[in-house]
Design a binder for this molecule. Structure first.
Ligand code: PBG
Length: 344
């Protein structure tokens, strides 16, 4: 701080908090629907809207029901979605063949969305875990180890198939080394110079992903993801991962999960002048739902407070399962800030 604030009683910080009009005037961080990215899970079929038990209020949609849902989302001014494909169990194999198929669930869905919504940004999650029979994010060697370099080819092929279907942004979440360059190279070679890459750059091996794995049927059959996702104890390493992905050609980088990693977000903001996203993951959503269903916390207030904390920490963009709710709340809060004045 270059200048110290005045001292009591000349300076009274409460003066600028005396009513909502004052508070709004000096508010440092503002949340708007355009900053939000809404995730969706897509399954095969028609007319499907299947509740995800561990994530109350979230569903697995077939392409047709998703299109209907997107009408509502767009009407609330949320302009960006992140899609996860949930293939049928019998489509899974060792090579994650369905991940890069032009007739895969994600590719079909993206084509349908793009033919209907011209100004909706579509981000696709690029990973193998929902498509491999073993549930790991990369390919396995015959010895059962993650084969990093063999995975790169499959990931690049998958990203390319998403771009061909019309994805605006591809978002690799696998955490293999070198995947950003592999994907950029493959996209450019095929003429997809304008397809952007959102890298899950600092993605931690987190228990907060529990509900997602139920939603996407993507839990590893054996072992865990600690050899590729990051150790929650590490901050310096996150900055190296981010630097590396920027150098390899990422257009946006992400920190994930969000709430337990605000220090990483802040430091990434200060260290890199680069578009930065925070992902409030499934476990963060489910914990809030569980507590608010019991009446222990006020869902709306907590969600808004948490979202603002991510922006304050340095994120430009927030991926959250509450995106639609937040947009609804923002649209429907006509606060009369003079009338609201209460003096205590
Ligand atoms: C796929 C992927 C995961 C998430 C996003 N992409 C699961 C995982 O890594 O196990 C988690 C998202 C969430 O919990 O909301 N690799």
């Amino acid at each position: 701080m270059t200048q110290l604030p005045g001292q009591y009683p000349e300076y009274r910080p409460r003066r600028m908090r005396q009513n909502e009009a004052f508070r709004r005037l000096i508010r440092e961080t503002r949340l708007s629907a355009e900053q939000l990215i809404m995730p969706y899970f897509v399954v095969e079929g028609r007319g499907v809207k299947e509740a995800i038990e561990a994530m109350p209020g979230q569903y697995r949609y077939s392409p047709d029901t998703l299109l209907a849902e997107l009408e509502t989302l767009v009407a609330l001014d949320v302009r960006t979605v992140l899609l996860f494909g949930v293939p049928d169990e019998n489509e899974k194999d060792e090579q994650a063949s369905a991940a890069s198929s032009a007739e895969g669930i994600l590719q079909k869905t993206v084509r349908e969305i793009k033919s209907r919504f011209k100004d909706l940004l579509v981000i696709t999650d690029v990973c193998l875990c929902a498509y491999t029979s073993h549930g790991h994010c990369g390919m396995l060697s015959p010895e059962g180890q993650i084969d990093n370099d063999a995975s790169l080819d499959r990931l690049a092929e998958t990203a390319l198939s998403h771009a061909q279907a019309g994805a605006d942004i591809v978002a690799p979440s696998d955490m293999m080394d070198g995947r950003i360059r592999a994907i950029r190279t493959r996209l450019d070679a095929a003429g997809f110079k304008n397809t952007a890459i959102l890298s899950y750059a600092a993605k931690y091996a987190s228990a907060f992903y529990g509900p997602f794995r139920e939603a996407a049927h993507s839990a590893p059959a054996a072992g865990d993801r600690c050899s590729y996702q990051m150790d929650p104890a590490n901050r310096e390493e996150a900055l190296r991962e981010i630097a590396m992905d920027i150098q390899e050609g990422a257009d946006m980088v992400m920190v994930k999960p969000a709430l337990a990693y605000l220090d990483v977000l802040r430091e990434a903001r200060e260290r890199f002048q680069f578009p930065l996203a925070a992902y409030a993951v499934s476990g963060e959503y489910s914990m809030l739902k569980a507590a608010s269903e019991r009446g222990w916390v006020d869902e709306k207030k907590i969600v808004l407070e948490m979202a603002v904390s991510l922006l304050r920490s340095g994120a430009n963009t927030i991926v959250t399962y509450h995106a639609k709710d937040i947009a609804f709340w923002l649209k429907n809060s006509q606060v009369n800030h003079f009338k609201e004045v209460k003096t205590f």
